[in-house]
Unconditional design. Structure first.
Length: 160
């Protein structure tokens, strides 16, 4: 359902357990966890379970979570995912996190744009939504640049 996608600066590939150590550091980074909807700190066991849950949900057609890997170093920079895919797969929520070392460089715009383009080759998506903290100005600006509009209480929407 999702094929590895190489973009200009990054490669998007399905998340695997090999990403656990780096994902642990990213999700527990205070600037990242500040805007996420989970309790921190996350343990290594919780990270492994999160990855396993994403892998299982992928095979059930409910989730597509990809690792964002730097093309030069191969380092995990963050993740991007599609969640709550409807049975007919016409709508879903998108979520993302990126290590602060890569903020304000246009990386996530490249990632989300490339991710959506790759998904549309495989899935007949018509609507994307994103739930973003009211205090997360960077993500708000990204979603606006991507053509999303704020609909209600931190829920953003885009028709494809």
């Amino acid at each position: 359902m999702f094929n590895t996608t190489k973009l200009e600066r990054v490669t998007l590939r399905l998340i695997t357990h090999k990403h656990a150590a780096c994902l642990f550091n990213i999700l527990n980074h205070p600037h990242v966890s500040e805007f996420n909807d989970y309790e921190t700190p996350l343990s290594k066991t919780q990270i492994k379970q999160l990855i396993q849950d994403d892998i299982s949900a992928y095979y059930e057609g409910e989730v597509i979570r990809v690792a964002i890997e730097h093309n030069t170093s191969g380092k995990l920079m963050g993740t991007c995912g599609l969640y709550n895919l409807t049975p007919c797969k016409s709508s879903a929520f998108i979520g993302f996190e990126l290590h602060p070392d890569f903020w304000d460089k246009g990386v996530m715009f490249e990632v989300v744009t490339g991710f959506i383009e790759a998904l549309l080759k495989e899935i007949a998506l018509k609507h994307l939504s994103a739930e973003v903290s009211a205090h997360n100005a960077r993500s708000h600006n990204l979603l606006i640049k991507l053509g999303f509009s704020l609909r209600e209480n931190s829920i953003w929407h885009k028709s494809l």
